[in-house]
Each structure stands twice: as C-alpha cells, then as structure tokens.
Design a protein around this ligand. Structure first.
Ligand code: ACO
Length: 403
C-alpha cells in the first residue's frame, strides 16, 4: 500500500478535488448559477423571465449564439431545423437492429454517434465552416431519433415529422398523433413540454456538459461529443433521476404508505437509498427550475383535469423533507427532476423516455459549450491528473514462480 505521507514526493504538486466540487475546468459565458441564492441565468437572462416569455427554440439560439435572435435570425434557424428534420434513409435502418427492450437512451446515443458517418469533413477545425447547419441538424434530429426510438420500443410504426408543425408540436406529433386524436396538440401540452425543454437547456459544467467539452477538446466532431453527453446524462444521479423519481413515487403509492418510511430509510443510510429528485451539487437552496416546474405541473394537471396521486405523494414528501433536520442541515431541496416526471406522465410519456426528454432539452447547452471550444482562439485538450495510489515499482515475476 502507498504511504500517504509520501504522496507529494511520489506525485508532485497535484490538487485532488474529488468529484471536481471546487474546480473550474473552463471559462464560459453561457450560464450563470448562484447555488447559495438559487439563481440561474442563461446568457444573463433570468430563467424565470425566459420560462415566462421565451420558447425552447428561441432560448436555444440565445444559448448557442449569445444574444436573443432577431425575427430574421429566428426564422432562419426555424427553417434550418425544418430542412434538417429527416434522418438519412440509411440511418433509419439502424433502428431495426435494436431489441424492442432497448433503453431509448442507448438508442439515442448510438444513433447520434452514427450520424457522424453521414456528414463527412467533421473533424477538427473543419467543423467551424458547417457549424450552423450541424448544430441545427443535431437539435432537429435528436427529436426525430427520440420519437422513432419511442415508436420502436412500443412496436409501433414510425411517424415522420411534418413541416407545418413547430419544434415541440412536431415531436408530439411523431410520438402520438395516431394514438390520441387532437389531445397531444393541445396548446397547454405543447407549452408544458416546451417549457421542460427550455428549463433543461443548459446548466453550466454538470457531468454531461463537462463530458461534451472533454470530448470536444480533442477536436472530435459535434455528433460524437453530443453522443458522449447522452451517455453521461443517462445515470440516475444525473439525467436518469427523473425516471428514478417516478419509480420511487410509484413504489410509495403501491405500498400504500406516505413516504415517511422512505425518508427514515434514506436518513438511516442503510441500503444506500437517496430521496431522488432532491439535492444538488451546486444548489444549496431551492432549484429555481423546480419552482417553475412545480407550478407548471399544477397548471397542466388542472387544464387537463387530471388527478395524479403521485403528485400528492411528491408534495407530502417535499413538505416532510423540508421540515426534517437531516435535509435542512445538508441543504437538500427539490431539484429540476422532482416534479418534471409528473408533467411527462400527464403528457403520456413512458418513464424510460424521461431522460431522453432531458437530453433533447440539454442539446442546445451542449452545442453552445462545444461551440465555445470550437471557436476558442487557444483551446487546450482536457487532461486532468490523478493522485496515484497503486504499487510503487516492482519487478516482473515469471508465471511459473507466481504460486
Ligand atoms: N437524499 C438523501 N441524502 C442525500 C441526497 C438525497 N437525495 N443527496 C445528498 N444527500 C446527502 C449525502 O448522503 C451526504 O450526506 P453526509 O454528509 O451525511 O455524507 C450529503 O447529503 C452530501 O451529499 P453528496 O453526495 O456529497 O452531494 P453531491 O453534491 O456529491 O451529490 C447529487 C449531488 C448527486 C445530486 C445528490 O444530491 C443526489 O444523489 N441526489 C439524488 C439524485 C438526483 O436527484 N439527481 C439529479 C441531480 S440534478 C440533475 O442532474 C439534473
């Protein structure tokens, strides 16, 4: 075993920051977070204002290019999204190779990466010339891929996007237009999903965005970098938490309890359980996105005249946790995932699609971060160090002498 007192001598002057909790990996002008105060701004604009007044696509432009678009810029962007909404016919055959049981995040990451094969000249600085088209293509096609993956997982035929629909309505059309008649295109439903996309659109150097930047720093192409982002997002401690929250609420509902047992189990730390949708590395206050989503959740359920018992359980859990010293001392509050799943359920999305919705929403943020690296005058490859804790030097033993 290594002698810890000899670490400096063995490794030199390397700072260890477990989980990068306090390490800035880059400078960025995209998103500002004040975790203590619960503030989130995209390009300086408060998330509350954007949630109220903007759309996902307008916000996507803002994140990527730094300013709110003019009418002409927004129109050009919308046109690019529409022109690039269809998948290459050969790419579509890939769907046939996935089992019906495949998690849609696995399909999403594979298909995004496979897209690299269809658009040559993507490596290194060459990416710059076609950046606008590739960025629009990715934002548009991630939605088409996600819808196709959903249809595949249900054994349903693919529905193609239509030019007449805007971004979010088109997604709902590809998912559901043969299942529900006019229901998915109700403006309240379209608006609620658009808001979810917008609220997920960027969040500073989280696990998936840092992954995208890490891959991009080697001058890998946009599709490869975004596919890596999807993989990083998939885990239950990150973008998979929205699915895990609903599973947790369903479990409480099925047991007939009110969640108190779960809170006690979480506090005991036995079994490693956590209150999913609670806590955040940066927010030590109420996540501002959770506040907006909670209200949107109430509004949508009311508009659709739906009653979801899971919402009652979530509210009770929140109240219990916010009054419990365990959560108070650790500054654990609901995060963006705590209520978003209830909206997605009301829209008719299955839980495996929740992280996919997160990925569609996060795409502009990943692209904006990719762009910062792509156009940086001096971008360095990401290459963190480590503190080595393995054996010191030892010598090869022939296999006959190893016992
Ligand atoms: N439930 C119960 N206890 C928790 C929770 C939780 N959700 N989150 C943190 N804690 C406790 C930890 O056990 C730890 O307690 P200790 O000091 O007694 O050891 C303390 O709070 C600090 O927790 P860390 O794990 O050190 O915090 P970290 O910043 O590394 O983790 C994370 C942040 C991963 C989000 C964590 O809060 C968590 O696992 N939450 C549940 C999963 C979740 O909702 N993820 C979505 C995050 S938002 C997003 O990605 C969009």
């Amino acid at each position: 075993a290594i002698d810890i007192s000899r670490l400096r001598e063995l490794t030199g002057y390397i700072t260890l920051d477990d989980g990068y909790a306090n390490t800035g990996s880059c400078t960025s002008a995209i998103t500002f977070i004040d975790g203590e105060k619960g503030i989130l701004r995209y390009r300086g604009y408060p998330i509350e204002e954007l949630a109220e007044k903007s759309t996902f696509i307008e916000t996507a432009w803002l994140l990527i290019y730094g300013e709110l678009p003019t009418r002409a810029q927004l129109q050009r962007f919308s046109d690019l999204l529409t022109e690039n909404q269809d998948l290459h016919e050969d790419l579509k055959h890939h769907f046939e190779g996935f089992p019906a049981t495949a998690h849609p995040m696995a399909i999403l990451s594979s298909m995004i990466n496979a897209s690299s094969c269809f658009y040559p000249g993507l490596m290194g600085p060459a990416n710059r010339e076609r950046f606008d088209v590739h960025a629009a293509r990715l934002i548009s096609q991630v939605r088409t891929i996600a819808a196709f993956a959903y249809r595949k997982s249900r054994g349903l035929p693919i529905i193609y996007p239509r030019k007449k629909y805007k971004y979010t309505a088109n997604f709902l059309h590809m998912l559901f237009s043969d299942v529900y008649e006019d229901y998915p295109l109700r403006p309240e439903v379209v608006r609620a999903l658009d808001l979810i996309f917008l609220l997920h659109a960027d969040h500073e150097q989280n696990c998936s965005t840092s992954t995208v930047r890490m891959v991009a720093s080697s001058q890998a192409n946009l599709f490869a970098s975004a596919a890596a982002g999807v993989c990083a997002l998939w885990g239950p401690l990150h973008g998979g938490a929205n699915q895990a929250v609903i599973e947790m609420l369903e479990e409480i509902h099925a047991s007939g309890g009110d969640g108190r047992e779960l809170i006690e189990a979480v506090k005991s730390k036995k079994g490693g359980r956590r209150l999913m949708g609670f806590g955040h590395r940066v927010y030590k206050n109420y996540d501002p996105r959770a506040r907006i989503i909670k209200k949107a959740c109430d509004d949508l359920l009311q508009a659709l005249q739906l009653h979801d018992p899971l919402l009652d359980i979530a509210r009770r859990l929140e109240e219990a946790a916010l009054n419990d010293p365990y959560f108070i001392e650790r500054k654990l509050y609901p995060n963006v995932d705590f209520y978003s799943g209830i909206i997605m359920r009301a829209i008719g999305l299955p839980k495996e699609m929740f992280p996919v919705i997160f990925a569609i929403g996060r795409m502009p943020g990943w692209i904006a971060n990719f762009r910062e690296i792509l156009f940086a005058p001096k971008a360095k490859i990401y290459r963190p160090r480590q503190i080595y804790t393995g054996s010191t030097v030892r010598h090869y033993v022939p296999i006959e002498q190893r016992g």
